[in-house]
Design a protein around this ligand. Structure first.
Ligand code: SF4
Length: 335
């Protein structure tokens, strides 16, 4: 069996922060035992509210942050070891596209230089061929040759994100981690960039780990979806199965908060939206981390942490998952 392109096993990330009582150092538990794998050519979406740890996960998966625990495997090899010995080899396989393309592009470098640098650093095109290769990459993301000599401030937000995608593709990666790649763009441009990513995947077979807070959006691009809450995966499964019905109360509430065409906010089948804020990852709730906001919480939820286990063909972290799977719940998706 082929190894996943990228696999996280029990990944943890803790950040020490100052400011506790008497100046004591405290710890942010940003990731707590996250396990997931992305197969070649697939899209796995990771969704959750702001503060759930998804961007920390993106940084750990792309080698920008060192995990505090767990293992990261790149095509079956220890990614930490590859990063230590040969970071260019890691970066050649794993690329990232950030939310804000303006911040991720050097304002002093032209588009041609920004994309050409990736070819130069990885020795993928001789100097005399480089400009032509950059033009080919720009054409692949829908930009014209005239954009080669422009600077980031001369481009629209959508064009800048296309440049960031071209730069990521320049090294022919096996996987691109897309960290909220369209959330800074106008709604009309979001669909164009999503369609572009899908076309590129169909052509190149590149895998995506697509991070978003927007569940409605990821269901248009992902084959599988992982829902995160306060540093943990609470539900992970096939997008079509989750589209029919989500089991975890948090996934359901997240869906309820996502606008969808053809579905009224007064729909009686719609789960109640989430109330309250995500608790602090410095002092996460005992037991199930969601129990302070869960409409179904029982006394044991505060005392006993549920394991992530297989229920109804997906992984769910909830004591009541079997009961919820058996219940004749209405389908939660309108489209
Ligand atoms: Fe809610 Fe309890 Fe399930 Fe946690 S374990 S999601 S608190 S029902």
């Amino acid at each position: 069996m082929t190894a996943p392109v990228l696999e996280a096993r029990d990944l943890a990330k803790r950040f020490p922060v100052a400011g506790g009582f008497g100046g004591a150092r405290r710890v942010v538990h940003a990731l707590n035992g996250v396990s997931l794998a992305v197969a070649a050519g697939e899209t796995l979406a990771v969704v959750g509210e702001s503060g759930c740890g998804k961007s920390t996960l993106a940084n750990c998966l792309t080698g920008l942050t060192e995990p505090s625990g767990g293992t990261l495997l790149l095509e079956g090899e220890d990614a930490g070891e590859i990063l230590r010995r040969d970071p260019l080899r890691f970066r050649r396989r794993v690329q990232i596209v950030f939310q804000d393309p303006y911040a991720s592009l050097n304002p002093r470098r032209s588009v041609g230089d920004a994309v050409g640098d990736a070819l130069r650093i990885h020795r993928l095109a001789p100097r005399r061929r480089r400009r032509d290769r950059v033009a080919e990459l720009l054409a692949e993301v829908g930009l014209a040759g005239e954009h080669l000599d422009r600077y980031p401030h001369e481009l629209s937000g959508g064009q800048r994100q296309r440049v960031a995608i071209a730069r990521a593709l320049a090294v022919e990666p096996r996987i691109v981690v897309c960290d909220e790649p369209v959330s800074a763009l106008d709604v009309s441009i979001q669909a164009q960039v999503i369609n572009l990513l899908r076309d590129i995947q169909a052509r190149r077979g590149v895998a995506y780990l697509f991070i978003s807070h927007n569940l409605a959006l990821v269901r248009h691009i992902a084959r599988r979806i992982a829902v995160m809450y306060l540093g943990e995966v609470v539900e992970l499964g096939d997008a079509a199965a989750l589209r029919r019905r989500m089991l975890h109360p948090y996934s359901r509430a997240l869906f309820a908060a996502a606008p969808e065409i053809g579905r009224s906010s007064r729909d009686p089948d719609r789960p109640p939206p989430l109330s309250g804020d995500v608790p602090s990852p410095i002092d996460p709730p005992s037991g199930c981390r969601f129990h302070t906001r869960c409409p179904l919480a029982e006394p044991r939820c505060a005392a006993e942490a549920p394991a992530l286990r297989e229920v109804d063909g997906r992984l769910v972290r909830c004591h009541l998952a079997e009961r919820l799977a058996m219940a004749p719940a209405p389908p939660i998706s309108g489209g």
